[in-house]
Write a protein that binds this ligand. Structure first.
Ligand code: SF4
Length: 220
């Protein structure tokens, strides 16, 4: 079964042809220096977060607490991996930060100047997918422990925190916004397209694209 990183949906949201270069062609990206800086900031943020006095709990206590609609729980940064299956493909990923307040569960995505801002909309499918995995799929916790459909019955939201600091408005998870994108992903993987139809045609995006050096449909 094909396994795809959920983060690839950000490529699809940016330009569908980018996803083709990445997943179908297996092309090597050429990242700009700001991407390495964003990765460094991410690691720094996770190290700072790890200094918080998180309570040691058993696997059972953790799952009971997460399934309890009255508790508030903050999980360490980058400690939650998720996966779900859809029409023969497994989508998997790691959540930057997961927080729960009563019945509300928040997927917090930290951005450090890596294409947030004007192109922040590209993350929508990625973040909806994390929410779906939390509700329907498998959740694994760093250090051991896992559960299925742990957050079924909860209200799920995603939040983009630009610069890792200023959290935006929580956006509620709606499966109806995700399913057409999953169908589109299937169609792209089946090759039901002409490549030129998938190119974004936006010079501003192509200038930032890590496949711009090889893309024959690049806009200038
Ligand atoms: S260079 Fe432009 S058209 Fe080509 S994959 Fe990148 S964003 Fe899309």
């Amino acid at each position: 079964m094909l396994t795809v990183p959920i983060s690839k949906f950000a490529d699809m949201g940016f330009c569908e042809l980018k996803l083709v270069h990445s997943l179908i062609d297996g092309a090597r990206p050429r990242f700009r220096p700001c991407v390495a800086e964003g990765t460094r900031q991410h690691a720094l943020s996770a190290r700072e977060d790890a200094k918080k006095p998180y309570k040691e709990v058993s696997e059972k206590e953790l799952l009971d607490s997460l399934r309890d609609e009255k508790t508030s729980v903050e999980l360490p940064s980058e400690s939650v991996r998720v996966r779900f299956e859809h029409r023969g493909t497994v989508f998997s990923g790691r959540i930057d930060k997961l927080m729960k307040e009563g019945r509300k569960v928040f997927v917090v995505d930290l951005k450090f100047g890596r294409g947030g801002g004007a192109f922040a909309g590209k993350y929508e499918c990625q973040l909806l997918s994390y929410c779906k995995a939390l509700r329907d799929g498998e959740v694994r916790f760093k250090g051991g422990g896992k559960g299925l459909a742990v957050f079924s019955g909860m209200e799920l939201y995603y939040v983009i925190a630009e610069g890792g600091l200023h959290a935006g408005e929580p956006v509620p998870f709606e499966e109806a916004r995700l399913l057409p994108r999953l169908r589109r992903f299937d169609a792209l993987m089946r090759g039901e397209f002409e490549r030129r139809e998938l190119a974004c045609g936006e010079p501003g995006k192509c200038a930032l694209c890590e496949f711009g050096h090889l893309c024959t449909h690049r806009a200038f």
